[in-house]
Design a protein around this ligand. Structure first.
Ligand code: FAD
Length: 370
């Protein structure tokens, strides 16, 4: 009889795990059921920037994970034959107003490139050259171009991965599930038996594993972004992503769509209400770089809940007290970048067994779970 695996959570981690469980050698011998409630999912609301190499974060494990995560996505795009609407290596441009900051960033880029050839080409650009790459800007600044940078549509990526896995061994149920005190999985139709469970529920992890007597150091953070229509630039399909100073980024998608995001609200808990103040704030950031944008250009506003740990790093692995269960959470603001690799590692562990040493990618699980 085939082994039965449940995945709880259909964001980037759950969907990637499902995809690799259907496509890694040996995976198709497993029957997989994915349960996803869906509300507040960070993956559907994400901006879509994949460009970890110039981050100034000091956590080396996070950097290794994000760097290898960006490479995993490049391979995944080829392997799953993703369309350019889902994943496109447009390159990213990081701009700075201060000449010294720009110089330091360029030096960092060259150093990082030695161990991360997937960064591709690195170029220093004048403000005019930045404008030539991203014509929709009215107020460009000088920057560093990294050709390996990419943008992804998280929602479309998850649908595509799930659709491909459904053709092999996956059943998707849009249901919320819980655990009882013995660790049995309870769906709306009653208790369900599985040999293994992957728990990939983002910030909802605490509430889900509470009956198991497990406490998790993870908290919710609300993120909001705006989608704008820029019809004059409809024909420009390959504009790089712009990452200026601060938290607001510009992600030009094809077909005249521009995303500007995102907010980071630690006080809102799981609230998913669109706040007009946040929308206004995002729009005014946008007009600093493209002064013709107005409220009328906004076509959609998205809100999602990120999962954060105290050291802002993700964690994933096997639960000591419930070795049939694997868990992942805390992907924070870079989960589209790290999620596919985490999903692949979890899927591989289920297929091939064991408790691999992932200390190059994360701190011990006990730092986050008690
Ligand atoms: C506004 C915003 C912008 C972002 N921009 C970027 C970016 O540019 N680049 C980047 O790399 N990352 C970005 N991120 C971060 C990234 O989106 C997240 O880190 C990542 O998507 C988290 O994936 P996940 O699978 O862990 O969780 P999620 O995507 O949140 O998925 C968890 C799923 O589990 C489901 N669930 C929860 N409890 C249950 C239950 N009991 N039963 C069934 N289902 C359940 C939820 O409904 C949800 O669908 C952004 C996030 C936000 C919010």
């Amino acid at each position: 009889m085939n082994k039965k695996v449940a995945i709880i959570g259909g964001g980037i981690v759950g969907a990637s795990a499902a995809y690799y469980l259907s496509s890694l050698p040996g995976g198709s011998q497993i029957d997989v059921t994915l349960f996803d409630e869906g509300a507040g999912q960070a993956t559907k609301a994400a901006a879509g920037i994949i460009s970890p190499w110039l981050s100034k974060r000091r956590n080396q494990q996070w950097y290794q994970l994000a760097k290898d995560g960006a490479t995993t996505l490049m391979t995944l795009a080829r392997r799953a034959n993703l369309s350019t609407d889902i994943y496109q290596q447009t390159g990213t441009i990081i701009t700075r107003t201060n000449e010294k900051d720009l110089h330091d960033l360029y030096v960092l880029a060259q150093k990082r490139h030695e161990e991360a050839p997937d960064m591709g080409e690195i170029e220093r650009l004048t403000a005019e050259e930045v404008k030539a790459c991203i014509p929709l800007l009215t107020n460009p600044q000088p920057g560093i171009y990294v050709s390996g940078g990419a943008r992804i549509d998280g929602e479309a990526l998850v649908s595509e991965l799930l659709a491909q896995a459904q053709q092999v061994n996956l059943t998707v149920k849009h249901q919320q599930v819980t655990f009882d005190h013995q660790g049995h999985l309870l769906s709306p139709t009653g208790p369900q038996r599985f040999d293994n469970v992957i728990i990939a529920v983002g910030p909802w992890l605490n509430e889900l594993v509470e009956p198991l007597g497990i406490k998790v150091a993870v908290r919710p953070q609300k993120g909001q972004l705006i989608e704008l229509s820029v019809p004059d630039y409809e024909s420009q399909e390959n504009m790089p992503v712009l990452m200026p100073e601060g938290e607001r980024d510009f992600i030009p998608f094809g077909h005249g769509k521009l995303i500007v995001g995102a907010t980071h609200d630690d006080e809102a808990g799981f609230n998913l209400t669109v706040t007009p103040e946040a929308t206004q704030d995002l729009l005014s950031s946008a007009t600093q770089f493209a002064n013709y944008l107005t409220q009328d250009n906004i076509t959609r506003t998205k809100v999602g809940t990120r999962a954060y740990t105290p050291d802002f790093a993700p964690f994933f692995g096997r639960l000591k007290a419930y070795p049939q269960m694997l868990v992942a959470s805390g992907l924070g603001a870079s989960g589209l970048t790290t999620g596919p690799l985490i999903g692949r590692l979890l899927a591989g562990t289920l297929i091939y067994g064991g408790t691999p040493d992932w200390s190059n990618y994360e701190k011990p699980l006990t730092n986050y779970l008690s």
